[in-house]
Structures are given as C-alpha cells and as structure tokens.
Design a protein around this ligand. Structure first.
Ligand SMILES: Nc1ncnc2c1ncn2[C@@H]1O[C@H](COP(=O)(O)OP(=O)(O)OP(=O)(O)O)[C@@H](O)[C@H]1O
Length: 704
C-alpha cells in the first residue's frame, strides 16, 4: 500500500453527518413487511411480558438450500464432500493453531503466484481453486542495522501485480478480480485473532505466543506501513456527531469508589492548555460525552480508573486528553534520538488496527506539542518499529506481542512510565492477553501500581475480569459505568433473524442487495469463512473485501482502507475487527455467524451507531448452534429497548440457566462494580445531576 492509498483512506473533515433513513420495508421479505420496526418494545415486553412475534423468518427470507447452481463451480469447490451443503470447517482453526505455532502458514487452496515461501512454511492444499489476490509490496532494501537484524526476509511478492482473485474459479469474472480482496495469502498469521481452543471456544492469541515479531521462529516480516498523512486536514479529519449525541446526557452514570472528583460538564472546566483546547476544537469536539465528563477529572486527579461505557461514546479521548494534559503540565522534555527510550505513557490494545487508530488519535490531540506518540504492532517489520521508537517516544501505543519484543530488545525502558492504559481492557486481561499483561507489569523497571496510574476502558467488563484487574489497579481505583455495564449501544437497531446455516448465504445476499452501497460489516466466526464469504459475495457482484488474521498486515490495512473509502462497501470480518474500530458511515452490521460470547456481540454491533449516529445490526440466529446465546441476547435486546422476537424468548426460556446473569462465560452484566465493600457510590446522569433528577432512560420514549 502506498502513500496514495493512505490519502484515499482519510476522510476529510466537515463531511456531512450521517443520518440513515430507516425504510420500514428495507429488509422486508415482502410478505408482510413487518420488519425492522424501530418501535421500542412495550413496557410489558420490557417486563418480560409477551413480545411481538417476529415475522422475519416465517414469511420472509427464502428457506432451504441456497445458491442452487448459480455459483456452482465455486460452491462445489467448497462443498465437496460436505453433506451439510456448507463446507465444513470444524477443525480448521485447530489446524491453523498448529500451523501458527510454527509461525507461518498458507491457506489451503490459495496459491500465491509470486510469493516465495520461507522455510518452515506449511501448505495446506486440498481446496485449491484460487490464486493469491495480488503480490506484495516492497519498501526498499534493508539499509540499517535494524533491517539487517531482521534476518531472512520474506521476499516474495515485491511489486506483485494485482491478480485475479478467482482465477481458478472458472469464470474469470473481472469484477471479482477487481473487487474481491477476500482471499488472502498465507504468510504470517494474524496473531491477535481468535483461535479455537481445545474446548472449542474462541480465545485470542497474542503475537508473542505465535512468535510474530520475535526472532526465534518463522520468517521475518518486511512490511513497513506507510507513514500517516502529515497535513493538518487529514490529521483532524473526523465525522460528525449524530442526532442522538445529545441524548447521551440522559444515560445514567454510576461512579463507585472513594472520593470521586465531581464530573465536569464542559471542556473549559477541564482547564486544559491552549494547544490541547485548539486541537479539541479542530477535532470537532464541542461537548463532552458522559464517559469523558467523568473520566477526565478522575484521571486529572491522578486516580486509577476502570471505565465502562457504550461503544462509540468517546472512550479514547477520555483517556488521551487528561494524560496529555498532565504531560503538558509536567513539562515533559521533547523527544530526541536515543537507543533506549523511556516513554511516560504506554497504551495497549488487542488488535493492530485498533492500536493504530488510537495512535492517530494521540497524534491528533498532541499536534503542536512536544509530545511524541509512536505506534508499534505485529505484522510489520521489527526494524521499522525500532526506528520509530529511537527517534523519540513519549506515548507508546502497542499491541502486546510487539511491545514485549521491543522491551526484550531493550529499546524501551519502563522506569518513566506514569500511565498505563489498557484499552478493551476486558480483552487485554482475559486468557488470551492476560499472561502478557502480567508479564508487562512485572518487567524490570516497570513502576509498581502504587507508582503509576493505570487506566482501563471497555464497553464490557465481565465480573471475573474485573476481579483480575485488581492486580493492576490501586485498591482505591474508581469505577465509572455509563449506562448498563456491557449493554449495547441504543442507537443500534438490532434485529435477530432465525436463519439456518443452509440459508445464510442467500439471506445475506438478499439483505446486501437491499442495502445497496451503504457500508456494511459482515461478521463471521472463522478466518476461512471470512475468505469464503468474501469470495462468494464478490462472485455475486457485491464489492467486498475482508479482514482477518490469516491476511498479511499489508492486506489487512488495504482492506480497511478500501472499506473506509467506500471502494468496497462490504467488509467481511472475523472478531479481529469487532472491537474499537471507528469507521465513518458504517450503517450496518450483519452477524452472519453469532459470536460465541455475548460481549463480543455487543462490540461487533458497536461498529455502527457511533457517536450519536444511528445504525442497524442484523444477526442470523441458528438454533442449532446459537441456543446458548438466547438468554443473553434477550437481555441485551431488552436492555437496549429493542424488540425481542417471541421465538427467541421461547428458546431462551427452554434453555433457562438458573442464576444466569447475562453471559455465557461469566457475567457481562456485572452489577456495576464487583468490589463488594466500596463506599461513596453515587449515581448521576451524564449531565451531572443525581439520578433522582434525571429521566430514566428506560422511560425516555424519545431515546429511540
Ligand atoms: N466529545 C466528542 N465530540 C465529538 N466527537 C467525539 C467526542 N468524543 C469522541 N468523539 C468521536 O466519536 C467517535 C467514537 O469515539 P471512540 O472511538 O473513542 O469510541 P469508543 O467509546 O472508544 O468506542 P469502542 O467501544 O467501540 O472502542 C470517534 O470518531 C471520536 O472522534
């Protein structure tokens, strides 16, 4: 990806606000048209009384086997030997996992015509019918000692041409060739991505575990991401807040812990320096969101914080602004070249694209100051990461694997760390990343929790993860809960359709055809399925790209860029794109497969309906595989004042688990703060008034 692609990806400022029109019959099957009715459930429904019957699956979308002969050649390739009519992939990710442990793998059936394979690579054949989409991207020859340190380069694909994605599919359709970037080559696994564990449950795997970026296993990564744009317009590019932005003020906020400082109501009250205020204005922020109103004074007061607020409600600025304010107040010295850099702030996030996004935000808010933010993440050349760091580093944004690598190379010292931020903290502390986070806080030089300020943010905080967090936070940390902990954003209109696996593709195409060119993220559960569905959609002449951990980083960034700029309005993704990504104008999220855990559902649908804009989420519920989600889904839907289909309630009732509190893997819906013996709890609304003065959002008819 070249510089020009970066520019294409950047959304220029002052674009008009996105307010989608919800046409009643948009997704209607035509028979009764009673679909996507945005009317909130009646109070009796909210109380667990009878809910409206859902009509979608009864009258609506075609049932039975999909596709027929339409894409016979392609489908057959996948369905060969699969009596289910949908290709089987039960063990695929286990295989991936094994392959991943060797540090390098190739996707079965995908052939990259111009890439050389490094030693140790494994090739899985058997489903061949595709060629690699395109060649690679070369960025000069190694010329520094860091690059030489990289050792063997993965040389294949330099300046490769964009080749037809489906050359083996038998139709040579040029449209597909042009638009489908769903078929990634092998290469490095995206290691911060889901893998199926022995138990069959998804978890996430850190980069370090797979050796990515490390020196021990596998070939070296040569990808150097293009530099971000330097011009002010691009740096401050933003989208407009939506019609529901002001309604954030009605959400109840609960702060727990001792001696919480009062919320602020305006940016002026934060008393930030002039440069920061200018940057805030240039970013188009005029009013604080609830999580900002509460978190900014807490962080400015030097307190540790665990903050939980709905997706798309401004958590990133809630931690960046007060950290920057402190740095400015403390007069940190301008960064300069040093072999060992000692950043004052470390921010970690679970995926590469998210950490890059956080970095861009940090760069935006620190514009014109001497604070230098740096981003490092897996899938890119290690030497490049080191070169970025040695030039100076006050705020280090990193994925965990790359961070630990860089620390082990003694390019980063931890003695000066004053702020440690875990974004998507529940993910950062779960079994995928938790061990690495523990390693991080026990690294030599890392100030103890008493000596540093630790900040955790997420839209979901399962109880058991809150308990783990105690190890990282001072005992007197404050907990801010904006709205229901783990609740879905109410600006997202959620629809659950009962769709069996054999009908999913047909339904997807039907919905996407109705949607037209509006940007849509389609979530699937595995990387292979992401490739498959992306390719299938391309074959259906729906311009689609894909992002998942089997794609090389260059391809992931290209895919995201193509999606952002609208070149490919459909992005098929695994959960690697479920959290944090803030992409303008994502009007729809479709859960082709539901995730295994409800918190992931909340994050996925939160890619739309951001910052007061409205969005829609449709989820295919297959009773064969998704029944365990019925209960938590009913809770999420009713908490967000969405219609709950009667059939879903029935399934939820029939799979009733006594003591259920909202999650299949512990309680997403923590009672708020899991510390039992705290004092000083206060409930306020986001406008800063006590709850007795505030309208209860559940009663707020105008919310929807
Ligand atoms: N006060 C504000 N005024 C206007 N826009 C804002 C404000 N705060 C944040 N935004 C914008 O809202 C969008 C969402 O913010 P952000 O990505 O920080 O959300 P988030 O809460 O971290 O979401 P997620 O839970 O999905 O990670 C961004 O485009 C951001 O620039």
């Amino acid at each position: 990806m070249g510089d020009e692609d970066w520019e294409a990806e950047i959304i220029k400022p002052h674009m008009s606000s996105y307010v989608p029109v919800f046409e009643k019959d948009r997704y209607s099957s035509g028979a009764n048209g009673d679909t996507f009715n945005r009317t909130p459930a009646s109070s009796s429904e909210m109380d667990g009384g009878p809910s409206r019957r859902d009509h979608f699956m009864r009258s609506g979308f075609a049932s039975g086997r999909s596709l027929g002969n339409r894409d016979a050649d392609f489908s057959n390739k996948f369905e060969e030997g699969d009596t289910s009519g949908f290709w089987r992939e039960s063990n695929n990710d286990c295989e991936d996992n094994q392959t991943r442990n060797r540090g390098f793998s190739r996707r079965g059936g995908y052939q990259d015509g111009n890439d050389s394979e490094a030693p140790g690579a494994s090739r899985r054949g058997g489903r061949g019918s595709f060629r690699g989409c395109r060649g690679g991207f070369g960025l000069g020859s190694p010329n520094s000692k860091y690059e030489q340190d990289e050792g063997t380069q993965r040389t294949g694909g330099l300046f490769g041409s964009r080749r037809p994605a489906l050359s083996g599919a038998g139709n040579g359709d040029t449209y597909q060739s042009r638009s489908c970037s769903g078929s990634g080559r092998g290469g490095y696994k995206g290691l911060n991505e889901e893998v199926i564990t022995d138990s069959g449950k998804n978890t996430w795997k850190s980069e370090a575990e797979g050796g990515e970026g490390g020196d021990v296993q596998g070939p070296k990564v040569t990808y150097i991401p293009p530099p971000p744009p330097e011009d002010e317009d691009s740096i401050f590019a933003h989208y407009q807040t939506g019609i529901n932005f002001d309604k954030y003020d009605n959400i109840l906020v609960e702060v727990s812990g001792h001696d919480a400082p009062p919320a602020i109501l305006t940016f002026e009250e934060a008393n930030l320096c002039q440069t920061l205020n200018n940057n805030i204005a240039k970013a188009g922020y005029t009013k604080l969101t609830p999580v900002q109103k509460y978190s900014i004074p807490i962080i400015l007061a030097g307190r540790d914080l665990m903050a939980c607020a709905q997706t798309g409600s401004g958590k990133t600025a809630a931690f960046l602004l007060p950290i920057l304010a402190h740095m400015m107040r403390d007069g940190i010295t301008a960064s300069r070249f040093k072999e060992l850099q000692e950043p004052e702030c470390i921010i970690v996030a679970p995926t590469r694209e998210l950490i890059n996004q956080i970095y861009l935000e940090a760069r935006k808010f620190s514009f014109g100051t001497c604070v230098r933010a740096v981003v490092i993440y897996g899938g890119t050349q290690l030497g490049h990461s080191i070169r970025q760091i040695v030039q100076g580093c006050n705020i280090l944004c990193a994925t965990p694997g790359r961070l630990m690598d860089i620390i082990s190379k003694e390019k980063i010292g931890l003695r000066q760390v004053k702020y440690l931020v875990l974004d998507e903290a529940d993910r950062m502390l779960d079994m995928g990343f938790g061990p690495e986070m523990k390693k991080l806080i026990s690294c030599p030089g890392m100030p103890s929790k008493e000596q540093r300020q630790t900040l955790m943010f997420s839209a979901t905080f399962p109880e058991e993860i809150q308990k783990l967090a105690g190890e990282f936070l001072k005992s007197k940390y404050l907990f801010v809960a904006v709205g229901q902990v783990g609740g879905a954003c109410r600006d997202v209109q959620q629809t659950i359709l009962q769709v069996g696996q054999y009908s999913k593709r047909e339904k997807l195409v039907e919905i996407l055809r109705n949607i037209g060119d509006e940007r849509t993220m389609v979530f699937v559960e595995t990387k292979k399925k992401a490739d498959f569905i992306a390719t299938f959609l391309c074959q259906e002449k729906i311009s689609t790209t894909s992002i998942h951990g089997d794609r090389e980083q260059r391809e992931r960034e290209q895919a995201l860029g193509d999606f952002r700029c609208g070149k490919c309005p459909v992005l098929v993704a695994t959960s690697v794109a479920a959290r944090g990504l803030d992409i303008e104008n994502v009007q729809h999220v479709i859960n082709f497969d539901l995730p295994s855990a409800i918190d992931e559902y909340v994050h996925r649908i939160g890619r739309t309906g951001r910052c007061g804009n409205t969005g829609r989420a449709v989820s295919f519920f297959d009773p064969e595989s998704d029944s365990h989600l019925a209960q938590p889904l009913v809770k999420v839907l009713s908490d967000a004042q969405q219609d709950v289909p009667a059939w879903l309630e029935e399934i939820a009732f029939s799979t009733y688990v006594p003591g259920f509190s909202g999650s299949t893997r512990g309680s997403v819906f923590a009672s708020v703060d899991t510390r039992k013996n705290y004092q000083g709890k206060s409930t306020l609304n986001a406008a800063g008034f006590s709850s007795s003065q505030a309208p209860n959002p559940v009663d707020d008819e105008s919310w929807d």
